[in-house]
Ligand binder design. Structure first.
Ligand code: NDP
Length: 449
């Protein structure tokens, strides 16, 4: 059963359900935020008067378009793409593009909605947006990926810009795709507008540490959560779901801080390596060869591969969901806690179901929600925009230090806000309220727009 909503907020949520039928992930993301906001309306009655919550649940602009392209056999293929420009009270819309067959409007709206509060938490001047397509990059040749990206950008270019809307990567969109998208934008507009895209390659306007940022930032947040409980990552056993960009760099930083990471996964299965994951091998398989995670078990003796396995059955101290939404259920939460897990931090967006979240909070373990934990990615994207605007390029060490400070600040803000609202250590409440209040204040200040 879902937790109750404040009586002023229940009708708002019912209205969202009616206006956005079938968009279950969006409903889930809205409800999770609204459940935290009851006390905020008592403290800030002007937000209710100005209908800020109703306004923030309605995207400023939604773009849906056809992407026709030709595959290597010369066949015409049609995909659908989206860009949801959710809220620009704090800065240009900012959020990644996702390429995955499961993408539809409800997924992009949930991600765009979360992005408003996450971006506000970074303290940097960025609004919230998200985009993507139901295109499946798996098994496609480089030429097919390029043709698809060029076709998508041939429509998207008119909606984005360094002061308007600044996309980046997400599931299925890494540096290769960003290169093709940015290249087509440059070609159509005849402008080398570096700040229109983040996650670029280091040779063409990218920032050091952006590739690592979401994974590293996740681990910096874990460090802070553990520190607040008098513990550290040193010697802890971790499991990390996924084996994409966020997972790989979460594993790298966790290991650098003395943790033993023993399991990761992809959508086909799970590998368990009790000796600790061999990061070079993992990167070779996932980043260079783009193979499945099962290849890791083939290459390394003694590693078990669980086809269709559930990674949350692997006992650990720290669990890091870094793959996709709703990948960790109430039952998984119960299993993790029963087997001794003391901390969960979401590298992915909304990976834990509402039942799972409730279980973690009631069990009193350290639980960090995605909008706080994985904010290091977008924060470093904003640092990339800063470097582009000043035609500058910072060192890896300096950029990583800025990221670390931002994550420490986000943790502090969430913790202090949770304490202010009477639930110290509840990072869900802390992140939702702190992110919301910042965006809401700006919306009030900017008038009815
Ligand atoms: P990648 O595409 O690099 O990797 C995604 C990983 O998750 C892959 O291992 C993939 O396995 C797995 N995965 C994806 N979809 C599913 C699914 N439906 N079921 C099971 N496994 C799945 O993406 P990222 O690492 O960039 O993103 C991972 C998560 O982190 C997402 O939730 C994203 O929104 C979030 N995030 C990413 C940021 C970034 O900077 N990249 C910033 C903030 C959040 P397979 O290859 O089999 O599909």
């Amino acid at each position: 059963m879902p937790a109750g909503l404040d009586e002023k907020l229940e009708p708002v949520y019912q209205h969202v359900l009616r206006r956005n039928p079938g968009e279950t992930e969006f409903h889930q993301a809205v409800r999770e935020v609204l459940e935290s906001l009851g006390p905020v309306l008592v403290k800030y009655p002007e937000f209710a008067e100005q209908k800020i919550i109703e306004r923030i649940c309605e995207p400023e602009r939604q773009i849906i378009f056809r992407v026709p392209w030709q595959d290597d056999r010369g066949q015409v293929q049609i995909n659908r793409a989206f860009r949801v420009e959710f809220n620009s009270a704090l800065g240009p819309y900012k959020g990644g593009m996702r390429f995955h067959p499961s993408v539809y409007l409800g997924i992009i709206k949930f991600l765009g909605f979360e992005q408003i509060f996450k971006n506000a938490l970074t303290g940097l001047p960025i609004g919230g947006g998200k985009g993507g397509s139901d295109f499946d990059p798996k098994g496609k040749s480089d030429s097919e990926i390029m043709r698809f990206c060029q076709s998508l950008m041939t429509e998207l270019y008119r909606h984005i810009g360094e002061y308007t809307d600044v996309p980046a990567g997400d599931i299925g969109v890494g540096q290769r795709e960003i290169g093709y998208l940015f290249g087509q934008y440059k070609r159509i507009t005849n402008r080398y507008e570096s700040g229109v895209f983040t996650g670029k390659g280091l040779d063409w306007g990218g920032s050091c540490a952006r590739t690592e940022a979401t994974g590293y930032g996740t681990i910096f947040f874990v460090q802070e959560m553990l520190k607040a409980r008098g513990q550290s990552l040193d010697g802890k056993t971790c499991v990390v779901s996924g084996s994409g960009n966020v997972a790989v760099y979460a594993i790298e930083k966790a290991m650098a801080l003395g943790a033993r990471v023993i399991a990761c996964s992809d959508s086909d299965g799970v590998i368990v390596d009790q000796d600790g994951i061999d990061l070079d091998l993992l990167k070779q398989i996932k980043e260079v060869e783009r193979r499945r995670i099962s290849a890791y078990a083939q290459e390394r003796p003694g590693v078990s591969y669980l086809e269709d396995g559930n990674i949350w059955t692997v006992p650990c101290d720290v669990a890091l969901p870094c793959a996709t939404q709703n990948e960790l259920t109430g039952k998984d939460a119960e299993t993790l806690v029963k087997q001794g897990c003391i901390a969960v931090a979401e590298g992915a967006n909304m990976p834990t179901t509402p039942e799972g979240i409730r279980f973690f909070l009631e069990a009193g373990i350290a639980y960090g929600p995605g909008k706080a934990v994985n904010a290091g990615g977008v924060a470093t994207s904003a640092l990339e925009m800063q470097q582009n605007a000043s035609r500058d390029s910072w060192s890896f060490e300096y950029t990583e230090q800025r990221l670390r400070e931002i994550m420490i600040n986000i943790h502090r803000t969430c913790y202090e806000t949770s304490a202010e609202f009477g639930v110290p250590g509840n990072y869900v409440v802390g992140a939702n309220i702190a992110g919301f209040v910042k965006a809401a204040r700006a919306m009030v200040a900017l008038g009815l727009i």
